[in-house]
Design a protein around this ligand. Structure first.
Ligand SMILES: [Zn+2]
Length: 464
Protein backbone atom coordinates (compact mmCIF):
# COMPACT_ATOMS: atom_id res chain seq x y z
CA UNK A 1 0.00 0.00 0.00
CA UNK A 2 1.26 3.46 -0.88
CA UNK A 3 0.32 6.53 1.15
CA UNK A 4 1.18 10.21 0.99
CA UNK A 5 3.08 11.04 4.17
CA UNK A 6 2.82 14.72 5.15
CA UNK A 7 6.01 14.32 7.19
CA UNK A 8 8.18 13.45 4.19
CA UNK A 9 6.02 15.21 1.62
CA UNK A 10 6.19 12.03 -0.49
CA UNK A 11 4.15 9.00 -1.42
CA UNK A 12 5.71 6.11 0.49
CA UNK A 13 5.26 2.37 0.77
CA UNK A 14 3.37 1.69 3.99
CA UNK A 15 5.28 -0.59 6.35
CA UNK A 16 3.75 -1.05 9.79
CA UNK A 17 6.10 -1.64 12.73
CA UNK A 18 4.60 -5.01 13.66
CA UNK A 19 2.70 -6.33 10.64
CA UNK A 20 -0.12 -7.47 10.49
CA UNK A 21 -0.93 -5.13 13.38
CA UNK A 22 -1.46 -1.44 12.61
CA UNK A 23 -1.72 1.29 15.23
CA UNK A 24 -3.88 4.13 13.98
CA UNK A 25 -4.94 7.35 15.74
CA UNK A 26 -7.41 9.91 14.38
CA UNK A 27 -8.18 13.32 15.84
CA UNK A 28 -11.88 13.19 16.58
CA UNK A 29 -14.71 15.66 17.08
CA UNK A 30 -14.86 18.61 19.46
CA UNK A 31 -18.33 18.06 20.87
CA UNK A 32 -19.59 21.61 21.36
CA UNK A 33 -21.70 21.80 18.20
CA UNK A 34 -23.21 19.63 15.46
CA UNK A 35 -21.01 17.37 13.32
CA UNK A 36 -21.34 18.89 9.82
CA UNK A 37 -20.68 17.55 6.33
CA UNK A 38 -17.12 18.91 6.36
CA UNK A 39 -16.34 16.79 9.42
CA UNK A 40 -18.12 13.86 7.79
CA UNK A 41 -15.75 14.08 4.84
CA UNK A 42 -12.75 13.77 7.15
CA UNK A 43 -14.29 10.88 9.09
CA UNK A 44 -15.23 9.05 5.88
CA UNK A 45 -11.61 9.18 4.69
CA UNK A 46 -10.44 7.87 8.07
CA UNK A 47 -12.89 5.04 7.62
CA UNK A 48 -11.80 4.44 4.05
CA UNK A 49 -8.16 4.18 5.09
CA UNK A 50 -9.10 1.72 7.82
CA UNK A 51 -11.24 -0.36 5.45
CA UNK A 52 -8.43 -0.56 2.89
CA UNK A 53 -6.03 -1.74 5.61
CA UNK A 54 -8.56 -4.37 6.73
CA UNK A 55 -9.18 -5.39 3.10
CA UNK A 56 -5.39 -5.85 2.74
CA UNK A 57 -5.44 -8.22 5.71
CA UNK A 58 -4.07 -5.93 8.44
CA UNK A 59 -5.42 -5.98 11.99
CA UNK A 60 -6.17 -2.36 12.81
CA UNK A 61 -6.28 -0.87 16.28
CA UNK A 62 -8.03 2.45 15.70
CA UNK A 63 -8.28 5.08 18.42
CA UNK A 64 -10.23 8.31 18.15
CA UNK A 65 -10.58 10.99 20.79
CA UNK A 66 -13.60 13.07 21.70
CA UNK A 67 -12.55 16.58 22.72
CA UNK A 68 -14.86 17.58 25.53
CA UNK A 69 -12.57 20.08 27.24
CA UNK A 70 -9.92 22.67 26.53
CA UNK A 71 -10.30 23.40 22.81
CA UNK A 72 -10.22 27.18 22.58
CA UNK A 73 -11.77 28.98 19.64
CA UNK A 74 -8.25 29.81 18.39
CA UNK A 75 -5.84 26.89 17.98
CA UNK A 76 -3.10 29.19 19.31
CA UNK A 77 -4.54 29.34 22.85
CA UNK A 78 -6.53 32.48 22.09
CA UNK A 79 -10.26 32.95 22.45
CA UNK A 80 -12.66 31.09 24.68
CA UNK A 81 -13.22 27.44 25.49
CA UNK A 82 -15.51 25.99 22.82
CA UNK A 83 -17.31 23.75 25.31
CA UNK A 84 -18.00 26.52 27.79
CA UNK A 85 -19.23 28.73 24.94
CA UNK A 86 -21.57 25.98 23.70
CA UNK A 87 -22.95 25.48 27.21
CA UNK A 88 -23.69 29.16 27.64
CA UNK A 89 -25.34 29.37 24.24
CA UNK A 90 -27.65 26.41 24.86
CA UNK A 91 -28.13 27.10 28.61
CA UNK A 92 -26.88 23.63 29.51
CA UNK A 93 -24.00 22.33 31.60
CA UNK A 94 -20.81 21.56 29.72
CA UNK A 95 -21.35 17.86 30.47
CA UNK A 96 -24.81 17.92 28.93
CA UNK A 97 -23.50 19.72 25.86
CA UNK A 98 -20.72 17.13 25.45
CA UNK A 99 -23.15 14.22 25.74
CA UNK A 100 -25.67 15.74 23.35
CA UNK A 101 -23.11 16.40 20.59
CA UNK A 102 -21.30 13.10 21.14
CA UNK A 103 -24.62 11.34 20.53
CA UNK A 104 -25.16 13.43 17.40
CA UNK A 105 -21.64 12.56 16.20
CA UNK A 106 -22.31 8.82 16.69
CA UNK A 107 -25.67 9.04 14.92
CA UNK A 108 -23.91 10.80 12.04
CA UNK A 109 -21.08 8.29 11.60
CA UNK A 110 -23.53 5.39 11.77
CA UNK A 111 -25.70 6.99 9.07
CA UNK A 112 -22.80 7.10 6.62
CA UNK A 113 -21.67 3.58 7.56
CA UNK A 114 -18.40 4.51 9.25
CA UNK A 115 -16.97 1.63 11.27
CA UNK A 116 -16.78 2.59 14.93
CA UNK A 117 -13.20 3.08 16.21
CA UNK A 118 -11.76 0.26 18.32
CA UNK A 119 -11.57 2.82 21.12
CA UNK A 120 -13.42 6.12 21.25
CA UNK A 121 -12.03 7.98 24.25
CA UNK A 122 -13.00 11.18 25.99
CA UNK A 123 -10.44 13.79 26.97
CA UNK A 124 -12.13 14.30 30.34
CA UNK A 125 -11.52 10.63 31.20
CA UNK A 126 -7.75 11.08 30.74
CA UNK A 127 -6.84 14.19 32.72
CA UNK A 128 -4.49 12.14 34.95
CA UNK A 129 -2.55 10.80 31.94
CA UNK A 130 -2.20 14.34 30.57
CA UNK A 131 -0.91 15.65 33.90
CA UNK A 132 1.65 12.82 33.96
CA UNK A 133 3.05 13.88 30.58
CA UNK A 134 3.20 17.53 31.61
CA UNK A 135 5.11 16.56 34.78
CA UNK A 136 7.54 14.55 32.64
CA UNK A 137 8.03 17.50 30.28
CA UNK A 138 8.53 19.78 33.24
CA UNK A 139 11.17 17.46 34.70
CA UNK A 140 12.98 17.41 31.36
CA UNK A 141 12.81 21.25 31.32
CA UNK A 142 10.69 21.63 28.19
CA UNK A 143 8.15 23.84 29.96
CA UNK A 144 7.82 27.10 31.81
CA UNK A 145 5.12 28.48 34.03
CA UNK A 146 3.38 31.87 33.88
CA UNK A 147 0.64 33.30 36.05
CA UNK A 148 -1.99 31.73 33.85
CA UNK A 149 -0.57 28.59 32.24
CA UNK A 150 2.15 25.98 31.81
CA UNK A 151 3.67 26.37 28.37
CA UNK A 152 5.70 24.13 26.13
CA UNK A 153 8.86 26.00 25.15
CA UNK A 154 9.13 25.36 21.37
CA UNK A 155 12.69 26.67 21.10
CA UNK A 156 13.80 23.68 23.19
CA UNK A 157 12.63 21.35 20.38
CA UNK A 158 14.90 22.15 17.41
CA UNK A 159 12.84 20.21 14.86
CA UNK A 160 9.61 22.06 15.70
CA UNK A 161 7.87 22.74 12.38
CA UNK A 162 9.03 19.54 10.66
CA UNK A 163 5.50 18.45 9.77
CA UNK A 164 4.43 21.70 8.13
CA UNK A 165 7.96 22.12 6.66
CA UNK A 166 8.08 25.62 8.09
CA UNK A 167 11.15 27.18 9.61
CA UNK A 168 10.78 28.75 13.02
CA UNK A 169 11.25 32.25 11.55
CA UNK A 170 8.36 31.63 9.15
CA UNK A 171 6.27 30.39 12.04
CA UNK A 172 7.01 33.64 13.85
CA UNK A 173 5.96 35.70 10.86
CA UNK A 174 2.93 33.54 10.32
CA UNK A 175 1.75 33.64 13.92
CA UNK A 176 -1.52 35.45 13.82
CA UNK A 177 -2.41 38.30 16.09
CA UNK A 178 -3.68 36.72 19.22
CA UNK A 179 -6.88 37.95 20.74
CA UNK A 180 -5.42 37.35 24.14
CA UNK A 181 -1.73 37.69 24.84
CA UNK A 182 -0.17 36.28 27.95
CA UNK A 183 2.50 38.93 28.58
CA UNK A 184 4.74 36.29 30.15
CA UNK A 185 4.66 34.00 27.13
CA UNK A 186 8.17 33.79 25.62
CA UNK A 187 7.50 32.82 22.02
CA UNK A 188 4.27 33.15 20.00
CA UNK A 189 4.43 29.46 18.99
CA UNK A 190 4.72 28.26 22.61
CA UNK A 191 1.53 26.46 23.50
CA UNK A 192 -0.33 25.85 26.71
CA UNK A 193 -0.21 22.39 28.25
CA UNK A 194 -2.29 23.43 31.25
CA UNK A 195 -4.46 26.48 31.88
CA UNK A 196 -4.95 27.72 35.41
CA UNK A 197 -8.42 28.60 36.60
CA UNK A 198 -7.52 32.29 36.95
CA UNK A 199 -8.07 35.50 35.01
CA UNK A 200 -10.09 34.89 31.85
CA UNK A 201 -10.72 31.31 33.01
CA UNK A 202 -11.69 32.12 36.61
CA UNK A 203 -15.29 31.05 35.99
CA UNK A 204 -14.46 27.95 33.99
CA UNK A 205 -16.87 25.20 35.10
CA UNK A 206 -14.73 22.23 34.05
CA UNK A 207 -11.56 22.02 36.12
CA UNK A 208 -9.36 19.54 37.93
CA UNK A 209 -6.73 19.74 40.66
CA UNK A 210 -3.11 19.60 39.44
CA UNK A 211 0.40 20.35 40.70
CA UNK A 212 -0.14 23.87 39.24
CA UNK A 213 -3.46 24.48 40.95
CA UNK A 214 -7.01 23.97 39.67
CA UNK A 215 -7.30 24.19 35.95
CA UNK A 216 -7.79 22.31 32.72
CA UNK A 217 -5.57 20.91 29.95
CA UNK A 218 -4.68 22.62 26.68
CA UNK A 219 -6.23 20.99 23.64
CA UNK A 220 -3.12 19.39 22.13
CA UNK A 221 -1.97 17.30 25.09
CA UNK A 222 -5.03 15.04 25.06
CA UNK A 223 -4.12 13.40 21.74
CA UNK A 224 -0.59 12.63 22.92
CA UNK A 225 -1.93 11.18 26.17
CA UNK A 226 -4.61 8.96 24.63
CA UNK A 227 -2.48 7.86 21.69
CA UNK A 228 0.26 6.80 24.10
CA UNK A 229 -2.12 5.08 26.50
CA UNK A 230 -3.95 2.96 23.93
CA UNK A 231 -1.35 2.54 21.16
CA UNK A 232 2.12 3.06 22.62
CA UNK A 233 4.84 5.69 22.36
CA UNK A 234 5.35 5.30 18.60
CA UNK A 235 2.44 4.59 16.29
CA UNK A 236 2.06 3.75 12.61
CA UNK A 237 -0.54 6.24 11.35
CA UNK A 238 -2.04 9.48 12.62
CA UNK A 239 -4.71 11.34 10.66
CA UNK A 240 -6.65 14.58 10.76
CA UNK A 241 -7.86 17.51 8.69
CA UNK A 242 -5.21 19.65 6.95
CA UNK A 243 -6.04 22.51 9.29
CA UNK A 244 -4.36 20.47 12.04
CA UNK A 245 -0.93 20.43 10.38
CA UNK A 246 0.62 23.76 11.41
CA UNK A 247 -0.44 23.94 15.07
CA UNK A 248 -2.22 20.96 16.59
CA UNK A 249 -0.12 18.22 15.04
CA UNK A 250 3.20 20.09 15.35
CA UNK A 251 2.39 20.46 19.03
CA UNK A 252 1.43 16.81 19.43
CA UNK A 253 4.80 15.85 17.91
CA UNK A 254 6.78 18.26 20.09
CA UNK A 255 5.28 17.21 23.41
CA UNK A 256 5.18 13.45 22.62
CA UNK A 257 8.74 13.22 21.29
CA UNK A 258 10.17 15.35 24.11
CA UNK A 259 8.35 13.31 26.75
CA UNK A 260 9.26 9.90 25.29
CA UNK A 261 12.51 10.46 23.40
CA UNK A 262 11.28 8.37 20.44
CA UNK A 263 9.48 9.25 17.17
CA UNK A 264 5.75 9.79 17.71
CA UNK A 265 4.23 8.83 14.33
CA UNK A 266 5.59 7.15 11.19
CA UNK A 267 2.88 8.16 8.70
CA UNK A 268 0.95 11.41 8.97
CA UNK A 269 -2.08 11.67 6.70
CA UNK A 270 -4.21 14.78 6.22
CA UNK A 271 -7.56 15.17 4.54
CA UNK A 272 -8.40 18.26 2.54
CA UNK A 273 -11.26 20.66 3.11
CA UNK A 274 -14.82 20.68 1.92
CA UNK A 275 -16.24 23.92 0.57
CA UNK A 276 -19.95 24.50 0.23
CA UNK A 277 -20.98 26.40 -2.90
CA UNK A 278 -17.38 27.51 -3.22
CA UNK A 279 -17.17 28.95 0.30
CA UNK A 280 -15.82 27.81 3.62
CA UNK A 281 -18.61 26.43 5.77
CA UNK A 282 -19.89 28.72 8.49
CA UNK A 283 -23.05 29.30 10.44
CA UNK A 284 -23.18 32.96 9.42
CA UNK A 285 -23.21 32.05 5.70
CA UNK A 286 -26.01 29.55 6.33
CA UNK A 287 -24.04 26.81 4.54
CA UNK A 288 -23.41 24.66 7.62
CA UNK A 289 -25.17 21.37 6.86
CA UNK A 290 -25.58 18.22 8.91
CA UNK A 291 -26.92 14.74 8.30
CA UNK A 292 -30.37 15.99 9.38
CA UNK A 293 -30.40 18.49 6.48
CA UNK A 294 -29.72 15.62 4.06
CA UNK A 295 -32.55 13.55 5.52
CA UNK A 296 -34.92 16.55 5.37
CA UNK A 297 -34.11 16.89 1.67
CA UNK A 298 -34.70 13.16 1.21
CA UNK A 299 -31.06 12.49 0.33
CA UNK A 300 -29.78 9.06 1.39
CA UNK A 301 -26.85 9.72 3.79
CA UNK A 302 -24.90 7.07 1.87
CA UNK A 303 -25.17 9.33 -1.19
CA UNK A 304 -22.87 11.71 0.68
CA UNK A 305 -20.42 8.85 1.20
CA UNK A 306 -20.62 7.98 -2.49
CA UNK A 307 -20.05 11.65 -3.38
CA UNK A 308 -16.95 11.90 -1.17
CA UNK A 309 -15.52 8.66 -2.57
CA UNK A 310 -15.72 10.23 -6.01
CA UNK A 311 -13.10 12.81 -5.02
CA UNK A 312 -9.58 12.10 -3.81
CA UNK A 313 -8.85 12.87 -0.16
CA UNK A 314 -6.01 15.24 -1.10
CA UNK A 315 -8.25 17.50 -3.13
CA UNK A 316 -10.36 20.36 -1.86
CA UNK A 317 -13.90 19.48 -2.77
CA UNK A 318 -16.85 21.70 -3.46
CA UNK A 319 -20.21 20.50 -2.16
CA UNK A 320 -23.45 21.58 -3.85
CA UNK A 321 -26.94 20.19 -3.36
CA UNK A 322 -26.94 19.34 -7.06
CA UNK A 323 -23.81 17.21 -6.68
CA UNK A 324 -25.14 15.20 -3.74
CA UNK A 325 -28.47 14.69 -5.50
CA UNK A 326 -26.65 13.40 -8.58
CA UNK A 327 -24.65 11.07 -6.30
CA UNK A 328 -27.97 9.91 -4.84
CA UNK A 329 -29.25 9.09 -8.33
CA UNK A 330 -26.09 7.15 -9.17
CA UNK A 331 -26.32 5.22 -5.92
CA UNK A 332 -29.98 4.42 -6.57
CA UNK A 333 -29.07 3.10 -10.00
CA UNK A 334 -26.25 1.04 -8.49
CA UNK A 335 -28.62 -0.48 -5.95
CA UNK A 336 -31.14 -1.35 -8.69
CA UNK A 337 -28.44 -3.06 -10.69
CA UNK A 338 -27.32 -5.05 -7.66
CA UNK A 339 -30.91 -6.11 -6.95
CA UNK A 340 -31.26 -7.14 -10.57
CA UNK A 341 -28.01 -9.10 -10.46
CA UNK A 342 -29.24 -10.92 -7.36
CA UNK A 343 -32.28 -12.06 -9.36
CA UNK A 344 -30.14 -13.24 -12.21
CA UNK A 345 -27.25 -14.83 -10.32
CA UNK A 346 -26.99 -18.60 -10.38
CA UNK A 347 -25.00 -20.79 -7.99
CA UNK A 348 -22.64 -21.84 -10.76
CA UNK A 349 -19.05 -21.19 -9.93
CA UNK A 350 -17.49 -19.52 -12.92
CA UNK A 351 -13.91 -18.53 -12.67
CA UNK A 352 -13.61 -15.95 -15.36
CA UNK A 353 -9.98 -14.78 -15.57
CA UNK A 354 -11.26 -11.31 -16.47
CA UNK A 355 -12.74 -11.06 -12.97
CA UNK A 356 -9.25 -11.44 -11.49
CA UNK A 357 -7.98 -8.63 -13.69
CA UNK A 358 -10.79 -6.33 -12.54
CA UNK A 359 -10.09 -7.23 -8.93
CA UNK A 360 -6.40 -6.48 -9.31
CA UNK A 361 -7.12 -3.11 -10.91
CA UNK A 362 -9.48 -2.19 -8.07
CA UNK A 363 -6.96 -3.22 -5.42
CA UNK A 364 -4.18 -1.32 -7.20
CA UNK A 365 -6.32 1.84 -7.24
CA UNK A 366 -7.21 1.81 -3.55
CA UNK A 367 -3.67 0.89 -2.56
CA UNK A 368 -2.27 3.78 -4.59
CA UNK A 369 -2.82 6.47 -1.94
CA UNK A 370 -6.56 5.67 -1.78
CA UNK A 371 -7.52 6.46 -5.39
CA UNK A 372 -11.24 6.02 -4.86
CA UNK A 373 -12.41 7.92 -7.98
CA UNK A 374 -10.56 5.31 -10.06
CA UNK A 375 -11.89 2.46 -7.93
CA UNK A 376 -15.47 3.62 -8.49
CA UNK A 377 -14.89 3.91 -12.24
CA UNK A 378 -13.61 0.31 -12.27
CA UNK A 379 -16.74 -0.80 -10.41
CA UNK A 380 -18.96 0.72 -13.11
CA UNK A 381 -16.83 -0.83 -15.84
CA UNK A 382 -17.52 -4.25 -14.30
CA UNK A 383 -21.26 -3.59 -14.17
CA UNK A 384 -21.23 -2.71 -17.88
CA UNK A 385 -19.10 -5.72 -18.79
CA UNK A 386 -20.51 -9.09 -19.89
CA UNK A 387 -19.28 -11.01 -16.84
CA UNK A 388 -22.04 -13.26 -15.49
CA UNK A 389 -24.17 -11.95 -12.63
CA UNK A 390 -22.62 -14.04 -9.89
CA UNK A 391 -19.10 -12.94 -10.89
CA UNK A 392 -20.16 -9.31 -10.84
CA UNK A 393 -21.73 -9.67 -7.42
CA UNK A 394 -18.71 -11.45 -5.98
CA UNK A 395 -16.47 -8.57 -7.05
CA UNK A 396 -18.93 -5.91 -5.91
CA UNK A 397 -19.36 -7.33 -2.42
CA UNK A 398 -15.62 -7.62 -2.00
CA UNK A 399 -15.15 -3.99 -3.15
CA UNK A 400 -17.90 -2.88 -0.84
CA UNK A 401 -15.82 -3.91 2.19
CA UNK A 402 -13.81 -0.84 1.21
CA UNK A 403 -16.48 1.44 -0.26
CA UNK A 404 -19.00 0.82 2.53
CA UNK A 405 -22.13 1.44 0.46
CA UNK A 406 -24.04 -1.44 2.10
CA UNK A 407 -24.46 -3.27 -1.20
CA UNK A 408 -24.81 -6.69 0.41
CA UNK A 409 -27.90 -5.48 2.33
CA UNK A 410 -29.77 -5.00 -0.94
CA UNK A 411 -32.57 -7.46 -1.43
CA UNK A 412 -33.53 -9.29 -4.60
CA UNK A 413 -36.03 -7.41 -6.73
CA UNK A 414 -39.57 -8.30 -5.99
CA UNK A 415 -42.02 -7.64 -8.79
CA UNK A 416 -45.68 -6.65 -8.49
CA UNK A 417 -48.07 -9.58 -8.73
CA UNK A 418 -49.72 -8.27 -11.93
CA UNK A 419 -46.32 -8.34 -13.68
CA UNK A 420 -45.71 -11.91 -12.55
CA UNK A 421 -49.17 -12.95 -13.82
CA UNK A 422 -48.57 -11.25 -17.19
CA UNK A 423 -45.20 -12.96 -17.48
CA UNK A 424 -46.77 -16.37 -16.87
CA UNK A 425 -49.54 -15.63 -19.41
CA UNK A 426 -46.92 -14.71 -21.96
CA UNK A 427 -45.04 -17.92 -21.31
CA UNK A 428 -48.25 -19.85 -21.90
CA UNK A 429 -48.97 -17.93 -25.12
CA UNK A 430 -45.47 -18.71 -26.39
CA UNK A 431 -45.90 -22.38 -25.52
CA UNK A 432 -49.11 -22.30 -27.59
CA UNK A 433 -47.16 -20.61 -30.39
CA UNK A 434 -49.53 -17.62 -30.17
CA UNK A 435 -46.82 -15.10 -30.92
CA UNK A 436 -49.21 -12.18 -31.49
CA UNK A 437 -50.59 -12.59 -27.95
CA UNK A 438 -47.12 -13.04 -26.47
CA UNK A 439 -46.02 -9.83 -28.18
CA UNK A 440 -49.01 -7.87 -26.84
CA UNK A 441 -48.33 -9.06 -23.30
CA UNK A 442 -44.66 -8.10 -23.62
CA UNK A 443 -45.74 -4.57 -24.56
CA UNK A 444 -48.14 -4.45 -21.59
CA UNK A 445 -45.27 -5.39 -19.30
CA UNK A 446 -43.07 -2.69 -20.80
CA UNK A 447 -45.77 -0.06 -20.37
CA UNK A 448 -45.66 -0.79 -16.66
CA UNK A 449 -41.93 -0.11 -16.52
CA UNK A 450 -40.49 -3.63 -16.75
CA UNK A 451 -38.70 -5.63 -19.40
CA UNK A 452 -38.99 -9.34 -19.99
CA UNK A 453 -36.14 -11.29 -21.51
CA UNK A 454 -36.25 -14.91 -22.56
CA UNK A 455 -33.58 -17.17 -21.20
CA UNK A 456 -32.65 -20.84 -21.31
CA UNK A 457 -34.77 -21.72 -18.30
CA UNK A 458 -37.74 -19.47 -19.12
CA UNK A 459 -37.53 -15.72 -18.65
CA UNK A 460 -36.11 -12.92 -16.50
CA UNK A 461 -37.95 -9.78 -15.52
CA UNK A 462 -35.95 -6.58 -15.22
CA UNK A 463 -36.59 -3.00 -14.35
CA UNK A 464 -36.56 -0.81 -17.45
ZN1 LIG B 1 -5.46 15.55 17.89
Amino acid sequence: MKLYNTLSGKIEEFKPMASPFVTFYSCGPTVYDYTHIGHIRTFIYNDLLKRVLLHDGYKVNHVMNVTDVGHLSGDDDSGVDKMEKGAKKYKKTVWEVAQFYTDFFLKTIDAVNILRPTTLCKATDHIGEMIDIIIKLQEKKYTYETGEAIYFDVLKFPTYGKLSHQKMEEKLKGAREEVHIDAEKKHPADFALWFKRVGRFANHTMYWPSPWGDGFPGWHIECSAMSMKFLGKTIDIHTGGIDHIPVHHENEIAQSECANGVPFVHYWMHFYFLLVDGKKMSKSLGNFFTIDDLIKKKVDPLALRYLFLQSHYRQTMNFTWGSVQAAGEALKKLKQIVAQLKNEASDNNNNDPRADIFEKRFNDAINQDLQTPQAIAIMWEILKSDLVAQEKLKLLFSFDEVLGLKLSDIKKLSFPKEILILAEKRKQAKANKDFAASDTIRKQIEEKGYVIEDSKDGYTIKLQ
